[in-house]
Write a protein that binds this ligand. Structure first.
Ligand code: ZN
Length: 121
């Protein structure tokens, strides 16, 4: 799904109880209806959320790398360097600074109820 406002292919899609919510990486938010309401989307049988659902396609690879770092730290009982290591992965990721900062905040301050609401800060 590309953004209906700016055409970006960096979009996320959250299946909510009453509608499908979309957000693009530039902060545009829109809603689509399920078939039962006349829209084009099949409603999932179960509504579940995961952190990965809130990641834009360009963030998913980086997130996997961060989880690797996290698992390694976990095995070593966390040295307190986790946040630095996350920063390190982001610095090497090739994401632009703003996108990297947003991803960092998302991971550190993940709140499932706020993952898509609010949009542009
Ligand atoms: Zn957009």
């Amino acid at each position: 799904m590309t953004c209906k406002y700016c055409g970006s292919s960096q979009t996320i899609c959250i299946y909510d109880y009453s509608e499908v919510r979309f957000q693009c990486i530039n902060g545009h938010i829109w809603h689509e209806q399920y078939k039962e309401d006349g829209g084009a989307f099949d409603k999932p049988e179960e509504i579940t959320y995961s952190f990965e659902d809130t990641l834009f396609p360009c963030e998913k690879d980086i997130y996997a790398q961060i989880m690797d770092v996290f698992q390694k730290q976990k095995r070593h009982g966390f040295s307190g360097e986790v946040l630095n290591d996350i920063r390190g992965v982001l610095n090497r990721s090739g994401l632009d600074e703003e996108t990297a900062e947003k991803l960092y905040k998302k991971i550190v301050h993940y709140n499932p109820n706020k993952c898509i609401e609010g949009g542009k800060e």
